[in-house]
Write a protein that binds this ligand. Structure first.
Ligand code: SF4
Length: 61
């Protein structure tokens, strides 16, 4: 399981982020903590392939 911190930094550099709800970007939690993968339609319980790609590229830095 990825930590919420990881999911946040992944979502912030992901160009495929697709909010599950139109107004989620203006929600309190998004405003306070930023977006994360659990707010994205592609997340699918952690099975998003893009997430794995971004994670891999982050590991290399
Ligand atoms: S769930 Fe996948 S597509 Fe959505 S923001 Fe995260 S990495 Fe990007």
């Amino acid at each position: 399981m990825d930590s919420l911190e990881q999911l946040r930094s992944i979502a912030q550099q992901c160009s495929a982020f697709d909010p599950i709800e139109k107004n989620i970007l203006s929600s309190d939690v998004a405003r306070k903590d930023g977006i994360n993968c659990t707010m994205c339609t592609h997340y699918d319980g952690g099975k998003c392939r893009i997430k794995d790609e971004i994670l891999t590229s982050m590991d290399q830095t």
